[in-house]
Ligand binder design. Structure first.
Ligand SMILES: [Zn+2]
Length: 98
């Protein structure tokens, strides 16, 4: 089995949970930053879904208006739910860091 290597300088790491001894690269810190970036992307994605749902409700018209409004409501609710969950997860993570 290959020992973990530093993604920054390529030196073998004694343990993936500790910082690199040759360049100081901190794997856990980088992983945390990566997860925060992903959560921020999910947050933006949820906001986009909310916007699509709101547009469906707002720009409805004609015979399909009623069904479109219901779909719009559901899409908006789903997006808002994802937004809330992601927001709570981010909040908990930021509090734990301190
Ligand atoms: Zn390194």
């Amino acid at each position: 089995m290959l020992s973990p290597r530093c993604p920054q300088c390529g030196q073998p790491l004694p343990d993936s949970s500790v910082a690199c001894t040759s360049c100081g690269y901190d794997g856990t810190k980088a992983a945390r930053q990566r997860t925060n970036r992903i959560l921020t992307l999910v947050l933006l994605f949820a906001m986009g879904i909310c916007l699509v749902g709101a547009c469906l409700v707002f720009f409805r018209g004609g015979d399909t208006s009623r069904r479109q409004a219901i779909v719009g409501d559901l899409v908006f609710a789903a997006g808002f739910l994802i937004y809330l969950i992601t927001r709570v997860v981010l909040f908990i993570r930021q509090r734990r860091k301190r």
